[in-house]
Structures are given as structure tokens and as C-alpha cells.
Design a protein around this ligand. Structure first.
Ligand SMILES: [Ca+2]
Ligand SMILES: [Ca+2]
Length: 510
């Protein structure tokens, strides 16, 4: 039994997931829609719609009933719907000068059309759905403006005097009159669930809020869409700015969509073939008419320039905005990356300085510590990015050893200072002790000897020197000196002559 429950739970989860995985396919039904800015044609008709009564269609809206007394206007689609599930998004505006308005506006999904009546400008019995924006409080219950849905199979008559209070499927109390922005209404009918959502008209981009939701709603499979409005003793302008119908399809109905995709692919292939043939013909024409080539190229450049500068569709604009945003983010990230690099560089320089300081103060200890920890030496200043634990331990050990060494040096300095102080004290008490120690007398003797030498030298220098006297001028006079020179000259000439005669004789002999 328990196993059966588990299997049931698994199957339930499976089917729920399967149902959730089925996506809804939507298709715009243009034959049941209208929207500005070109709603009417030149003949004042709205394509695919019939407009009647006091309704006035313009380019950007359809005024179903103007703000005049006792006006009724309506518009209906020309064709019956061909889809089972649908949603309609319409934008309406009900505005008037009075604090209270009348009568109201209606949305119809009915099998018959174009019948004027007292139910907001349309007939009071219908087969299908009526969604009413009831401005005037007919029954005096102080509950208008009110939005409500009445389903009818054609046998009920709308109770206008009671605001259909006993006929409503559901509704919500919403003041839809005189709002700064048009009221957006969404009516969805999907798998027999009817949902009505609407905005408050206070902002432009407002999310519609739920007004009513009803299950097990069975509407005709094919019907007309209609709009109508009416005024009474009081009057409002009842405008519809847009009416967009979308048919809703299940995943199982996608086969027709796939067929249409195949058709689209076929058409795209035909388009590509046509383009290629056109290009080939253009090239052939330009070959035959080379004088047109420059003109053709210029025209193409102008077309490319025009398309690139003058036109920008919304998709291109969105892409450009996204691209600009991404470029801005990219620049911001680049700047952040640069700042982070600077911070990391500063950190690395600080770490290198710390490592260099530690290794410079205790390199021996670091090497010993490295040998002990079996680690590579700390690369001081070599770009070590992260200081390791063993490096921190080395720094701590080095600092401890430095402290011990400083303590020893301080003790040694204190010892020396003490000894110097003692020596000075002893010297002051025994000033003559140096002469008795042996070193002082020798210096005194040397000094005395030097003084004796200096005195002897001074005495020698002060002793009178013997003067070299010049011979008297009467020992030889000028006459005798001249005679002596003359005799010496004669002797020198005679010797030379004798020597010259001997050599000539020897030359003759040889
Ligand atoms: Ca009413
Ligand atoms: Ca009422």
C-alpha cells in the first residue's frame, strides 16, 4: 500500500512537471485588433471592424460615446473567431468633467453583433461574455464605478437598474475615471479559466492587477468581439486606444506552427536564391557596362551611409545601449584591475623590504635555519610574493640572537667602563706611580738626550767658520799671464805640425 502511494506521488509530480513544461504559444490575431497611430483608413472605416451608433473613430483612438447626453456607440469585429483560447489587451480612457459619470463602457464576446440596446449601448441579452465598466450607481449602493463580468446564454436580460448585481460572475471596485494614464485591461480566457486584470492608470508602466478570476467558464467556441458605450443624463468620453487580440495555443498544437516555420524556411531559401541571382545579374551588367561601376559603387556607399547614420530600429538601439553599458563596465573593471595591481605591487615591495632587512641582519642564522627546515633560502628582494612561516621564524630567531648579542656587548661595555673608572681613580690618588713603573724614566732620559743633541747642534752652528781668503792681486799680473798663454800656444802649434809631418810620411811609405 505504501509502495502504491509512493508510485502515485511520483506519477503526480511527473504529470505536474509535464504540464508545467508545456509552454503556451501565442499568436497575434490582427483581424481582431486595432491600435494607433493609424486606426482609420481614408474612408473613416476601421479595418476588420464595423463601427456604429455615435462612435467616432480617429487615427489614435475610437470614441465609442462622446461626453454628450444619451449617446450610444459600438464597434464589432467583422469576422467570427477561429480559435478557442485567447486574451485581449485593451487600453481605455473614461473621462468627464463631472464628479460622477455615466453610463459606462462594455467589452463583448458574443455570437451576435451590431444590435444597439440599453446595456452600455448594446443589446441587453446576448450569448457570451460581457465585461462592464459601470460608472453610474443605478442601484444607489455607493459601489460604483465598478468592473464586473456577466455571462449570458441569451436568456438573461441585463438588469440595468440594479447594476446587474445578481447576475455578476465577479468583479472589483475600481475607479477608472479621469486617470492620468489610460487604463490597461487584460481579459484572458484559457482552458475555461477567465481572468481579468487591469491597471490603476496612475503611472505609464504599471503592472496590471487582478480584478477577477473564474474557473469553469464555458464560452462559445466562436464569437465576435465587440465594444460599446453609452451616456445618460451624465456623460463621459469613452475612448478605446488599442485592442490587441492574441490566440493562445498549447504545445500539442505546435505542429501547425512547425509547418508554418517550414514554410518560412522555404520562403527564406527562395529569398536567398533570388538575392544571389540578383547579385549575379548586377555583376554581369557591371562587366558589360564598366562606366556604370563607379556610379553603382557610389550609390551603394550612400545607401550604406544612410542606413548606418539616419535609421536606428529599436533592436539596434537596445543593442547599442547594452554595448555602451558593457563598455562602461569594462572600463570600470580595467581601472579596478589597475588599482589592484598597484596595491599588490606596494605589498610586494613592502614584503621584499622586510625580507631583505631580516636576511641582511641575520644571514648566517637564516642559512642555518634553512638548512634546519630543509627549505630554499629566502630570496631577499627576488620578488618573493608571500612571506612564509619559516621566514617569520627565522626573523624571530635572528632578533632574539641580536638581542642576546646586544646584551653581551652592553655588559662588556659596562665592564670596560668600570675598569677605566677604576684606573682613573687610582691615577688620581698616585700621580708619581708612573715614574716608578719604569716607563716614565726612559722617556725622560730620551727627552734629555734629545735636548742635549739640540744644544750641541746649536753650539756647532754658533761656532765661527774659517773664511777662504782670496790671493793677493800682486801674485801674478796681466803681463805675465799673457806671456804664459802665448808660450803655451806656440808649443801646441809646434806639436801639431810635427804630428802632421809624421803621418804624411807614413802615407807616402804605404
Ligand atoms: Ca450602472
Ligand atoms: Ca451600483
Amino acid at each position: 500500500m505504501a509502495l502504491f502511494s509512493i508510485i502515485c506521488a511520483i506519477l503526480t509530480v511527473f504529470f505536474l512537471n509535464y504540464a508545467a513544461s508545456q509552454s503556451q504559444y501565442r499568436r497575434l490575431e490582427y483581424k481582431y485588433s486595432f491600435k494607433g497611430p493609424y486606426i482609420v483608413l481614408k474612408d473613416n472605416t476601421v479595418p476588420f471592424w464595423d463601427v456604429g451608433g455615435h462612435a467616432i473613430a480617429s487615427d489614435d483612438q475610437v470614441r465609442l460615446a462622446p461626453s454628450l447626453k444619451a449617446r450610444k456607440g459600438y464597434m464589432w469585429t467583422k469576422a467570427l473567431t477561429s480559435f478557442e483560447w485567447w486574451d485581449v489587451e485593451m487600453s481605455i480612457r473614461v473621462s468627464g468633467n463631472g464628479r460622477i459619470g455615466a453610463d459606462g463602457l462594455a467589452f463583448w464576446y458574443a455570437t451576435d453583433r451590431m444590435q444597439e440596446g440599453d446595456a452600455f449601448g448594446s443589446r441587453t441579452s446576448w450569448n457570451g461574455l460581457g465585461l462592464f465598466f459601470d460608472s453610474f450607481d443605478n442601484d444607489g449602493k455607493m459601489n460604483n464605478p465598478y468592473v464586473y463580468v456577466i455571462l449570458n446564454d441569451g436568456r438573461k436580460v441585463f438588469d440595468h437598474e440594479a447594476d446587474g448585481v445578481n447576475q455578476q460572475l465577479g468583479g472589483c471596485l475600481r475607479d477608472f475615471r479621469n486617470k492620468p494614464f489610460p487604463i490597461k485591461v487584460k481579459i484572458e480566457y484559457y482552458h475555461n479559466v477567465l481572468t481579468v486584470l487591469m491597471t490603476n492608470g496612475l503611472t505609464a508602466d504599471e503592472t496590471p492587477e487582478l480584478c477577477l478570476r473564474a474557473e469553469n467558464v464555458f464560452l462559445p467556441r466562436s464569437a465576435y468581439y465587440g465594444l460599446s458605450a453609452a451616456t445618460g443624463g451624465l456623460a463621459d468620453d469613452h475612448d478605446v486606444l488599442s485592442f490587441i487580440t492574441t490566440s493562445l495555443h498549447d504545445q500539442s498544437q505546435e505542429r501547425s506552427v512547425q509547418i508554418s516555420q517550414m514554410e518560412r524556411q522555404k520562403l527564406e531559401a527562395q529569398f536567398r536564391d533570388y538575392n544571389e541571382k540578383l547579385k549575379a545579374q548586377q555583376e554581369e551588367y557591371l562587366k558589360q557596362h564598366p562606366e556604370k561601376a563607379a556610379q553603382h559603387q557610389q550609390q551603394q556607399m550612400q545607401q550604406q551611409g544612410n542606413t548606418g547614420t539616419q535609421f536606428e530600429n529599436p533592436q539596434d538601439r537596445a543593442f547599442r545601449q547594452i554595448f555602451d553599458g558593457q563598455q562602461f563596465i569594462h572600463l570600470a573593471v580595467q581601472q579596478l584591475n589597475k588599482r589592484i595591481d598597484e596595491i599588490i605591487g606596494r605589498q610586494e615591495r613592502t614584503l621584499s623590504a622586510v625580507s631583505a632587512l631580516s636576511s641582511g641582519q641575520g644571514q648566517g642564522q637564516v642559512v642555518a635555519a634553512n638548512a634546519q627546515y630543509n627549505q630554499p633560502p629566502a630570496a631577499a628582494g627576488a620578488g618573493g610574493s608571500v612571506i612564509q612561516r619559516y621566514e617569520v621564524d627565522q626573523i624571530l630567531r635572528t632578533q632574539t640572537e641580536l638581542q642576546n648579542a646586544l646584551r653581551d656587548i652592553r655588559a662588556f661595555s659596562a665592564d670596560i667602563q668600570t675598569k677605566i673608572t677604576n684606573l682613573q681613580h687610582v691615577q688620581s690618588q698616585q700621580p708619581a706611580s708612573y715614574q716608578q713603573a719604569g716607563q716614565g724614566p726612559s722617556l725622560t732620559e730620551v727627552r734629555d738626550a734629545v735636548n742635549n743633541v739640540r744644544q750641541d747642534t746649536a753650539a756647532i752652528l754658533a761656532r765661527p767658520q774659517p773664511v777662504a781668503s782670496c790671493p793677493q792681486p800682486n801674485c801674478i799680473n796681466t803681463l805675465w799671464f799673457g806671456a804664459f798663454i802665448a808660450v803655451q800656444t806656440v808649443i801646441f802649434v809646434a806639436v801639431n805640425l810635427f804630428k802632421g809631418s809624421g803621418e804624411s810620411k807614413n802615407k807616402k811609405f804605404y
